[in-house]
Design a protein around this ligand. Structure first.
Ligand code: FNR
Length: 354
């Protein structure tokens, strides 16, 4: 009996048909934050391929929260329509649509990855003034972000809330908060990027305050939807955000109603030292799962069915998120089933390819 192909009950309303989830992956293909047929094709193919859930890419809660000018957004109502169409398709295939709500903070205003990813000056036509907890740039060649005031923090929390309202209207069943990879929420969590002296900086309690406010604002507008968070469990830098703090935060967020923890690492500090190898982030998911006693997803260089199955068998995670392998192989789930000798019914239209 395969664990990977067993269902996962998230809450009273949401069940995943298997434990393979598409990790959020920016496509840099939106215009003014609006989704189009690229997103329908990109996300839709994974639904036809029987993914348990599909987490849509980092979707900005405000225009200046986009990593690049081509990111998806959910800061205005017009952006709901196309996402609702995509979600209807995903649900019709038996998968669960999720969205990652994000604000890039000091890592915003960049060029597209395939055009060099450099940060644009605030006055550039595709750039803008970035914001952050403190006026500290990510990279020496970046422009200095503006440190947000307390009233601007209140606005940011509200932007997350309003985007969540729109996400619910668009039919998303999973709302994942992007608290990882050095973006705005992570910038507040880490003492390396947060050097504030007010109630949002300094102690652990102060650095997690913004995250707690965002979680509580979003939670207040959800009904049956499940609230997830992606966290970087370590900055991979001495003196940075670490696993111990991550576990302490997860315990608090569990009490606040976050149901699932998607555990990644890094992205906050350019001096990070990471030895990347298959399963390299799994020990962090395992520590969160066992010490915070929460539903946990593992991600990072997991590319094979047996590899994923073993992680679940060893109780290191409850489900697996797959990124790049899904880009190489949108029918990764079918291939895992073959590898694990699981009799998975394929989509009717594809049955003759089995
Ligand atoms: C990513 N990743 C990512 N992570 C995230 O939290 N939000 C995002 O929008 C993106 N965007 C993104 C785009 C692309 C093209 C890639 C390849 C990756 C990271 C991704 O979700 C995942 O954590 C990593 O890729 C590691 O998993 P894999 O690819 O080794 O399975």
């Amino acid at each position: 009996m395969s664990k990977l192909f067993s269902s996962l009950q998230i809450n009273n309303s949401i069940q995943l048909q298997n434990r393979i989830v598409v990790a959020p992956m920016c496509q840099y293909s939106a215009d003014n934050g609006y989704a189009n047929n690229w997103h329908l094709m990109h996300l839709g193919q994974f639904a036809a391929g029987k993914a348990g859930a599909i987490i849509q890419e980092a979707t900005a809660v405000a225009p200046e929260g986009r990593i690049s000018y081509k990111d998806l957004g959910l800061w205005e109502d017009g952006q709901i329509t196309k996402l609702a169409e995509i979600n209807a398709f995903i649900k019709a295939q038996g998968s669960v649509p999720g969205i990652q709500l994000a604000h890039a903070g000091r890592k915003a205003s960049t060029n597209l990855p395939w055009l060099g990813r450099e940060q644009f000056a605030p006055e550039h036509e595709n750039g803008w003034q970035t914001v952050a907890p403190s006026a500290l740039a990510f990279h020496p060649s970046d422009y200095t972000p503006k440190a947000v005031t307390e009233s601007e923090i209140t606005t940011l929390v509200d932007q997350f809330k309003q985007a969540a309202v729109r996400a619910v209207k668009a039919g998303f069943e999973i709302i994942e908060i992007h608290g990882a990879h050095g973006y705005l929420i992570h910038q507040f969590l880490s003492p390396l990027s947060n050097q504030r002296t007010d109630k949002y900086g300094g102690s652990f309690e102060n650095r997690i305050r913004f995250t707690l406010e965002v979680v509580s604002a979003i939670k207040s507008v959800l009904t049956t939807q499940s609230l997830w968070i992606r966290l970087s469990a370590t900055d991979w830098v001495d003196g940075g955000w670490n696993l111990e703090e991550t576990i302490a935060l997860c315990k608090i967020l569990k009490q606040q109603g976050v149901e699932v923890f998607d555990i990644s690492t890094g992205g906050l500090d350019r001096n990070q030292k990471i030895e990347v190898h298959p399963n390299y982030q799994v020990p962090f998911a395992e520590a969160v799962k066992n010490q915070a006693q929460v539903i946990t997803g593992a991600v990072g260089l997991i590319t094979k069915g047996k590899q994923a199955e073993t992680i679940l068998e060893n109780q290191q995670a409850d489900f697996i998120l797959i990124g790049r392998e899904f880009l190489r192989n949108p029918h990764f789930v079918y291939h895992c089933a073959t590898e694990l000798r699981v009799n998975l019914p394929w989509a009717n239209q594809y049955e003759r390819g089995k």
